[in-house]
Design a binder for this molecule. Structure first.
Ligand code: F6P
Length: 366
């Protein structure tokens, strides 16, 4: 017989993402509607270890759907990675009679969710990260808002670039994933994107800028992923120097493309969630409650082709590694040849889509 849930915990962990608060609200309202009490665990797994939590009633989550950051606060908790920390966390859950947990965050949060699941605490993960680096899901909570914030800022840089006939190199967050970079480069009409998923031909990029300037283009934007921490600033300096020499050599100062560098850094993580993120957070939060109360565990909620569905956390981790080419021996042993073929086809389709978009950006950037 399926376990009867009376009380569940919800937490947000890892880098905060706009829409996390909306997801907590959805979890709370959905669970309360099913007669299940909800405890909000403060500051991610740290709050679980140190017994910091508040009851989330429906009134407590009023006016939270539009909040930026996470009102439950977040943390990257090293203590939870040790067995001792995990046991303390489990003792806290038992003390409060918490029968299951919903953990909102990225891949680190999901490792914690598996740790709880295998120790007998049913746990469901909800992808909340601006990076969109959970391969199994088309979208993660916060990704849409982060991209919207980037293009708002880049549009402002475009204004001043155009006035002064300058170039701006803009570095954006995303950790090892180029999703924010590539999409915002397309959406802001950038001349190039530098992403971990594709080789960057710096010489060709600079030559393109020079050709376009000769043709009369005034302002330029280049979006660079933070995966290349020094590249953006250096590229701006290089373009400035090369075009200055060229302008002097040809006696034509219009060829000088003065280039500035801007790192958007954590600004990309702030702000009120967009409509798309509020909807995603709400649908995923409700589905997480459904899954937990149906007796499932060690799953994450994902979006595929507009549908909210689930996959195993282990499955999602293997997909991430397949995508990045970081699989280690033995990691796929648990899967049948058929399942592996399904995973490989999924990765191939995702990569093909990325390549298509990258090619489109380069074709239109003229
Ligand atoms: O994972 C979200 C993210 O914002 C990444 O894009 C970035 O690399 C990282 O977190 C920054 O982490 P922190 O907030 O610890 O500086």
């Amino acid at each position: 017989m399926a376990q009867k849930f009376r009380k569940i915990g919800v937490l947000t962990s890892g880098g905060d993402a706009p829409g996390m608060s909306a997801a907590v609200r959805a979890v709370t309202r959905a669970a309360n509607a099913r007669g299940v009490q909800v405890m909000g665990i403060i500051g991610g797994y740290r709050g679980m270890i140190h017994d910091e939590m508040i009851e989330l009633t429906n009134r407590e989550v009023s006016n939270k759907i539009m909040l930026s950051g996470t009102f439950l606060y977040s943390d990257r908790c090293l203590e939870f990675k040790e067995e001792e920390g995990m046991q303390k966390a489990i003792a806290t859950l038992k003390k409060h009679d918490i029968d299951g947990v919903i953990a909102i965050g990225g891949d680190g949060t999901f490792r914690g969710a598996t740790d709880l699941s295998v120790r007998g605490i049913p746990t469901i993960g909800v992808p909340g990260t601006i990076d969109n680096d959970i391969t199994a899901s088309d979208n993660t909570i916060g990704f849409n808002t982060a991209m919207t914030t980037v293009i708002e800022n880049v549009d402002r840089l475009r204004d001043t670039c155009e006035s002064h006939a300058r170039l701006n190199v803009v570095e954006v967050m995303g950790r090892g994933a180029g999703d924010i970079t590539l999409n915002t480069a397309i959406a802001s009409g950038a001349v190039a994107a530098v992403i971990p998923e594709a080789p960057f031909d710096e010489e060709a990029c600079i030559n393109k800028v020079i050709r376009l300037r000769r043709e009369g283009k005034r302002g330029f934007l280049i979006i660079v992923s933070e995966a290349f921490p020094t590249l953006g600033e250096e590229l701006a300096k290089k373009i400035t120097a090369i075009t200055k020499d060229l302008a002097e050599k040809e006696g034509n100062d219009r060829l000088w493309v003065e280039s500035k560098f801007c790192r958007l850094a954590h600004t990309v993580r702030g702000g009120s969630p967009t409509l798309a993120d509020r909807l995603l957070a709400t649908k995923m939060g409700v589905r997480a409650v459904d899954e937990l109360l149906a007796g499932n565990s060690d799953l994450i909620i994902v979006e595929r082709a507009g549908e909210i569905t689930t996959c195993g956390i282990r499955w999602s981790q293997v997909l991430d590694r397949m995508y990045k080419g970081t699989l280690k021996p033995g990691m796929t042993d648990a899967y049948t040849a058929e399942q592996l073929a399904e995973m490989e086809a999924f990765i191939a389709a995702k990569k093909a889509e990325f390549e298509k978009n990258y090619a489109m950006l380069n074709e239109l950037a003229d």
